[in-house]
Design a protein around this ligand. Structure first.
Ligand SMILES: [Zn+2]
Length: 62
């Protein structure tokens, strides 16, 4: 399960949660506030590489 990092907007703390993919919304374990924001996950660095489009160098010419 992927770990997501959240920041609480109320108490300004950060915490981690294990959530399924696509799950949105988290409750702060410190103040029980749902006013949280998801941060960038540090583990899964799926950075978008530029020029990744058209990797199939196969043109059906002729
Ligand atoms: Zn909080």
């Amino acid at each position: 399960m992927p770990t997501y990092e959240y920041a609480c907007m109320d108490c300004k703390r950060q915490f981690e949660l294990w959530q399924k993919m696509g799950t949105s919304g988290a409750v702060c374990p410190w103040c029980n506030s749902s006013n949280t924001a998801k941060l960038m996950s540090l583990c899964s660095s799926t950075s978008v590489r530029d020029g990744a489009s058209g990797d199939s160098g196969h043109f059906g010419g002729t």
